[in-house]
Design a protein around this ligand. Structure first.
Ligand code: GDP
Ligand code: MG
Length: 441
């Protein structure tokens, strides 16, 4: 498949602009890729349509080939859909004891995930957790949770024979309150398929505790069925998030996209094995790559972006070597620094800048400082940016005010500009720019 796609994109590469037809051709292949990853048909169709509308209006970025542009748009759009609001791994745990309800079909991984999550809450967040199994249909299921509890050092509600799920839930609620637990987790029974009895049972349980989180646990290998399951549980019970299990297998995880598209609920965690620590925070970027199943093309996208940056950097370096380092260049540098993990990271990579990196570190500069500096530059007029020598007292006042800062902040920025400008000139003179070439790598 990857080859087929590369083929299409190669053909696109040879054309000058990204026409509607180009986009359509490429997206036909993307649609196939999505279906092969078990994304449900209507979701794949809608996704492709949305990307097509978006792509067709866009101009092709200079130095990026049309094919790469399409890949980038597809990839970004996929991440956009997969990404929910808020932190992926975060759960709402406030008023203790906070109830968490685990729902899903039988064999999806509810019991395992309940224990994994309990372990995580205990170890990562320092929460006291109580787990209760409501699976009265299979006595072995209650035992299973109790055994896992012992294994991970998390309490489980004692098993009382003959109780129904609502009675167990009430007991769990009381016990969680009396025992001073932060969280109590309710592991419900599942069925092989959705049925009315199951839904009514879960509804009854939900109404007893009003869960703060209701997590739908879905087997990541189920593909098309996942949509149906998610739709049903969300309509009847109202889920707050999804846990996708068995992502350690060969499945491409298309269910993730389908469920996001259909329920709009965030995917919070991913199960990556049977072991108790095989639970990870959901990472949209990772799953996006997997669903598309073409890491090589994604790498292509990243390379394309680097190309633009390298080109810009080269232009800037040339200008700097001539002693033309203006505020636009500085702004670009600052933006780069944010991208590259802060000032220290960036300067540490440039020869001859180690000392400055240290100064920066001592000055306690972080992204916030960088953003403030960028704001100052944005407050300058075009002329001022191109020619910092223009910056006299009255202009300085206006610029600082415009950015909501003091003139002293601007002075600091200007000092930095001067220092960097001097350094660039020195470096430019050294070895006919050999040093600069080094720095650009
Ligand atoms: P439940 O019926 O929904 O409670 O499902 P269980 O928690 O009992 O899990 C069913 C089976 O799936 C068990 O054998 C688990 O060990 C296994 N399982 C659960 N989550 C994962 C996972 O993320 N990866 C793998 N490989 N197996 C899992
Ligand atoms: Mg179970």
């Amino acid at each position: 498949l990857s080859e087929r796609l590369s083929g299409v994109f190669d053909r696109l590469t040879k054309q000058g602009a990204l026409s509607e037809e180009d986009v359509k051709t490429a997206l036909r292949e993307v649609r196939v890729a999505l279906l092969e990853a078990d994304v449900s048909l209507p979701v794949a169709r809608d996704f492709v349509k949305a990307v097509q509308d978006k792509a067709t209006g866009q101009a092709v970025t200079k130095s990026i080939t049309p094919g790469q542009q399409v890949v980038k748009i597809v990839h970004d759009a996929l991440i956009d859909v997969l990404k929910g609001e808020g932190e992926p791994g975060a759960l709402k745990i406030d008023n203790p004891p906070t109830p968490i309800l685990m729902v899903g079909l039988q064999g999806g991984g509810k019991t395992t995930t309940t224990a994994k999550l309990a372990k995580r809450l205990k170890e990562k967040d320092g929460k006291r957790v109580l787990m209760a199994s409501l699976d009265v249909n299979r006595p072995a299921a209650m035992e299973q949770l109790a055994i896992l509890g012992t294994q991970i050092g998390v309490d489980t509600l004692p098993i009382v024979k003959g109780e129904d799920p609502v009675a167990i839930t009430k007991r769990a609620k009381t016990q969680a309150g009396l025992g001073g637990y932060d969280v109590y987790m309710l592991d419900t029974a599942g069925r092989l398929s959705i049925d009315e009895e199951l839904m009514q049972q879960v509804e009854a349980v939900r109404d007893v505790v009003t869960p703060r989180e209701t997590l739908l646990v879905v087997d990541g290998l189920t593909g098309q069925d996942a949509v149906h399951t998610a739709e049903n549980f969300d309509e009847r019970i109202g889920i707050t998030g999804v846990v996708l299990t068995r992502m350690d297998g060969d499945g491409r995880g298309g269910a993730a996209l389908s469920m996001r598209a259909v329920t709009g609920k965030p995917i919070k965690f991913v199960g990556l094995g049977e072991k108790m620590d095989a639970l990870e925070t959901f990472e949209p970027e990772r799953i996006a790559g997997r669903i598309l199943g073409m890491g090589d093309i994604v790498a292509l996208v990243e390379k394309a972006q680097e190309t633009i940056e390298a080109e810009q950097a080269e232009k800037m370096m040339k200008r700097m070597a001539k002693g033309q380092f203006n505020m636009n260049d500085l702004k670009m540098q600052l933006e780069q620094m944010i991208k590259m993990g802060g000032m220290q990271g960036m300067m540490g990579m440039m020869p001859g800048m180690g000392k400055m990196a240290k100064q920066v570190e001592e000055a306690g500069m972080d992204d916030k400082v960088l953003l403030r500096q960028i704001a100052l530059i944005q407050s300058m007029t075009k002329k001022e940016r191109a020619n910092p020598a223009l910056l006299q007292a009255s202009r300085k006042k206006r610029i600082a005010k415009g950015a909501g800062m003091e003139v002293s902040d601007l002075n600091k920025l200007m000092k930095m500009h001067r220092q960097m400008s001097d350094m660039m000139k020195k470096m430019g003179k050294m070895g006919k720019g050999g040093m600069l070439k080094q720095a650009m790598k």
